[in-house]
Design a protein around this ligand. Sequence first.
Ligand code: PLP
Ligand code: COI
Length: 352
Amino acid sequence: MEIKICRNPSPKEKPSGKLGFGRIFTDHMFVMNYTAGRGWHDARIVPYGPLSLDPSAMVFHYAQEIFEGLKAYRTASGEIRLFRPYENARRMNNSADRLCMPQIDPEDWVTAVKTLVELEKDWVPYEEGTSLYIRPFMIATDAMLGVHPSKTYQFIIILSPVGSYYAGGLDPVRIYIETKYVRAVRGGTGEAKTGGNYAASIKSQEISEELGYSQVLWLDGVEQKYIEEVGAMNVFFKIAGKIVTPALVGSILPGITRKSAIELLRDWGYEVEERRLSAEEVESAAKNGDLEEMFGTGTAAVISPVGELLIGDTHIKINGGKIGPVSQKLYDTLTGIQWGRIEDTRGWITKI
Ligand code: PLP
Ligand code: COI
């Protein structure tokens, strides 16, 4: 793949102070076009800026859109590295298949990410716990109001220097269990990373924030009984010494941090069960003292301990609202590998 580079003539000042999440964008973006019969073409890096799209472009009407999220990390010696980028490339192709969108060769996908990050390497922040969030996405661009797959697409990558996703950093978060609305249903698009899933979640997210909670924990869309995932992370529970996480049943995003956490936990000798787990089971484990820890996993959220759940009007306190030893060890190990403090023995790191 040949990538043309057109440099931004007026680069911005790099941010100083608290970065937050996803508010600041770098000077360049990667863009590539797809036309049915021709394939992907015109790979280019151009100044970051507004897109020009027809108001009838299909993405605006029927949400034919998919995205990914990964990060570039700066090590103490100044090296810049990615965490398991081929996993994101593969997951994007799975999402593309579900949304009838074109595949991208994972080698080209990773090359596009690496080339853009290399060009923007001065934007990878230096402070402890910060990184450059990478947001690749694909949109349907046919100017057409019929409900069919588009014949043209754009694949775009934008970059954002970020700090922690939650305002409180590694402090345990409070999570609201949604019992009215659902995010995904059997046979739906839950396991694809597509904007529509997030659009469906916004109302509950708002309710949870009004009640003072950070995010929503979704129950299954059929019986509204079984735990699925949280808005931006997969979830794990430590119940009577065992680690339990909902099985990937089609309505849950197959998280790359989830997969990595399972590998680490099994290496450390923990029994990890991927199975159905009801909210009732969690509630009764909490009552009889068996619920030892709960944490979420995600690229943006990293490892995020959960200190409290709200279901109906029942408050469930977990580990006294403090981070537990398994969450802490996972956080230290995963971030250690990502930021180069711990040797990568699993081939998870791709250097820029
Ligand atoms: N679940 C949802 C709904 C997400 O948006 C994310 C974030 O990407 C995750 C889980 C965690 O996935 P990953 O670990 O690949 O970032
Ligand atoms: C990520 O963790 O990369 C995500 O995509 C979560 C996002 C909803 C902020």
